[in-house]
Design a protein around this ligand. Sequence first.
Ligand code: URP
Ligand code: ZN
Ligand code: ZN
Length: 446
Amino acid sequence: MVLETGALPADVLVAGRRVVALAAHGAVQAGSARVIDATGALVLPGGVDVHTHVGIQFGDFRTRDDFTSATRAAAFGGTTSILEFAFPEPGETPETALRKRIGEASSRAWIDFGFHAAIAREADAAALADIETAARMGAPSVKVFTAYRGIMMLELGDVLAVMSAAARARCLVMVHAETESLVERATAELRRQGCAHARHHALARPPMAELDAARSVLELARVSAATVYLVHVTLPEVAGEISAARALGVRAYGETCPHYLLLDESVYERQQPERYVCSPPLRPATSARALWRRLGAELMGVHSDHCCFDGAQKAVYAGDSALVPPGLPGVETRIPLMVSEALRGRIPMTQVVRLCASEPARLFGMPSKGSLLPGMDADLVVIDPAARGHVSSLHMETDYSPFDGMELRGRVDTVVAAGTVLLQGGAWCGVQPAGRFIRRRRLQAA
Ligand code: URP
Ligand code: ZN
Ligand code: ZN
């Protein structure tokens, strides 16, 4: 069994939804209990993915999945909890959006799920009041965007108002940090030069846009005493800004995603470069390599930013990357890729547990997730470390993965979600979706 603190040989005893004891191997008679023999395997806490986009509309496009297909794919990939977003549509309050999204997931999800509230386009008084309401409903985090004008973007004044309200409600503020005007200027220039195609996507959303927005947002967090979490960080320089903000007393965190660690901007030279269009874009290989050194420091999590568009949707506007629906499918590949890197020796397996399960459970207020100690939810994933394979035959509702063909060490063999075996020996055995809403706790007082 691998926990964030170390590995130990143990039998994990489960009753109902919970881990009830750890015992020396064979010390407890199984009796009539179901036994899963994990001899020679690694048993990890189930993955916690705090950044997924299931069944969302983005401009003209809707992701292909829903809570049933996305959570099934997640389980195939060793993830047993997801945190989703409730983006309000125009005219909708954050609270209404949250209630709607909880309804969408309930009785459809195979694994436990929670939500982040979100404030889009404008932070009026009613929206700000909904931060407290969302926290009372068990969603003590709120997402804002400094990018995607007209769709999601908030002006910095509104971001500050959100941060102040979130600080009062002890909610985490998650920020997509890219300065829209810099993205717009770069995009306009590329169009003028006839270089709007997806193969130039890395130029359309330049590093300075991410760095500039990160600096502003961290300063707003300092002024408002908010706890801030920068999503999908792609640059070591942004991690450096998080470090500098922390030195000033800001409670600041970041996450990155497998694609920013394992891919780089050279993918835009491949066939079908639109399949790699995401915001922010993939960066130079030097940035990707440097991000690894920030893991476990400023970057406390590796999450998928799962966005399940298929190849046809991505191709519609391949000639103009600003119009390609942004985001990459990845809820199923996150744990296998990170485990594979650990088995290659790039990071310790304990660090994978920490980044992909334990730390997000702590930061996002899920005390029964992210560990296998007695009393925790029985969310566990059994990895066969000797298996070798490639990224292929996935279960996400799309026809490609940005990691297609990548060599993998290890294989997700068995997955138990809240005491229910969903996967055994690589074969699906779930009978009925029974994932529950995760009512999360607010941030601890500073
Ligand atoms: O390109 C991305 N990241 N798409 C998903 C939406 C977001 O910005 O997180
Ligand atoms: Zn984003
Ligand atoms: Zn996202």
